[in-house]
Design a protein. Structure first.
Ligand SMILES: Nc1ncnc2c1ncn2[C@@H]1O[C@H](COP(=O)(O)OP(=O)(O)O)[C@@H](O)[C@H]1O
Ligand SMILES: [Mg+2]
Length: 347
């Protein structure tokens, strides 16, 4: 593997996967805040992602999951005001020069989105699109690029890869196009892949296959993964640690097993209760009543207050600070010291 600086210098990815280096931060986010026209979409986001780690980010639509990573990679429109710090192996990305960000995006950090059809160019053959990424990020051209594009298509599980290089996106299924997007993401040999709702547009069987593929790639390359999903079930299967977002803030962060055993924030409890049980009788899903507030219409104090069954007067006094509840477990709720009992049939 070529050297790119940072912690990965000189270590082939396979070896990296076996070393216990997850405590080394690959990405360090501190007090990241984003506002659009004065309305706060994101506030006080602080987060570490270790090398090779898989972190899930969950929360309902509009909670700030995508904006976190669009801000981190300099992909928000100019009207967005971004404050705070995002460091990739020590290098500051907030306010970085466009040339720096161009190198990071698709190179050290790749991103895939929900709808592969809108990310792929419909008029170019998929081989050409993978080769373009190889030229940009690894300076490969001609036969070498062609051979590597074929290897990547193979790696992401597209049958008959050599022939498929000449297909147009519309000739492939949604699941196959998502595999092509993953191949393009891998073309730059990223240290981190941010997958934003990568399986939301796919049916359940294909969804499971894509998640399995992401796991396989992590095992093979030692790449870190941020998996964004509104579905806690998807994150629980794929990630080691999960970060629950609500109304532009992180309300709880915990190792996956710990979150399932004892979610501390009523919002996390609500998300867990809304999961279908894996075993036992089917029961109606307990959706959380109400909606995520809009950035320009935030309630006073805890933003979850109006939807919270445990809401009391003190919750309106201010935004609750995050409390440490154990190793790697924190929650921003005044009740967090005494996690409420919830029925965990699916855990
Ligand atoms: N380009 C934008 N202009 C204005 N508001 C935006 C823009 N992008 C996102 N937002 C707002 O920021 C908030 C967080 O959005 P987002 O990160 O997309 O949510 P999620 O990914 O969790 O569904 C939402 O209230 C959304 O309306
Ligand atoms: Mg989103």
């Amino acid at each position: 593997m070529e050297s790119r600086g940072g912690f990965r210098d000189g270590l082939p990815p396979r070896q990296l996967g076996r070393l216990s280096v997850r405590d080394l931060p690959l990405v360090t986010i501190r007090d990241l805040a984003v506002s659009f026209d004065g309305a706060p979409a994101l506030n006080g986001i602080s987060l570490n992602i270790g090398m090779g780690e898989a972190l899930g980010m969950v929360g309902e639509s509009g909670c700030g999951k995508s904006v976190t990573w669009l801000a981190a990679l300099g992909l928000l429109p100019a009207k967005a005001r971004v404050l705070g710090s995002v460091k990739l192996a020590g290098q500051e990305l907030v306010g970085a020069r466009p040339e720096t960000l161009d190198k990071v995006r698709g190179g050290r950090v790749a991103m895939i989105f929900q709808d592969p059809a809108s990310s792929l160019n419909p008029v170019h053959r998929i081989g050409r699109q993978i080769e373009e990424a190889l030229r940009l990020h690894r300076n490969l051209r001609g036969a070498a690029a062609r051979a590597e594009a074929k290897r990547l298509l193979d790696q992401v599980g597209i049958p008959d890869a050599g022939r498929r290089l000449d297909a147009f996106p519309h000739e492939l299924s949604g699941g196959q196009n998502q595999r092509v997007m993953i191949a393009i993401a891998l073309a730059g040999q990223p240290e981190l892949l941010v997958a934003d709702e990568p399986t939301t547009a796919l049916d359940v069987t294909i969804q499971a296959q894509i998640l399995e593929l992401l796991q396989e790639i992590r095992r093979d390359t030692g790449m870190a993964l941020v998996l964004i999903s509104h579905d806690l079930g998807v994150v629980a299967e794929t990630c080691e640690r999960v970060c629950v977002m609500y109304a532009g803030r992180i309300v709880e962060e915990a190792p996956v097993a710990r979150l399932f055993e004892g979610p501390a924030h009523p919002y996390a409890q609500g998300l867990l209760n809304a999961l279908p049980p894996i075993t036992g009788p089917r029961r109606p899903l307990a959706a959380i009543p109400g909606n995520v507030p809009e950035p320009w219409n935030m309630p006073r104090g805890c933003a979850f207050g109006p939807r919270c069954a445990h809401h009391h007067a003190a919750c309106d006094a201010g935004i609750p600070a995050a409390r440490q509840l154990g190793a790697g477990h924190r929650a921003a709720c005044l009740l967090a010291a005494q996690p409420a009992q919830v029925v965990m049939e699916h855990a």
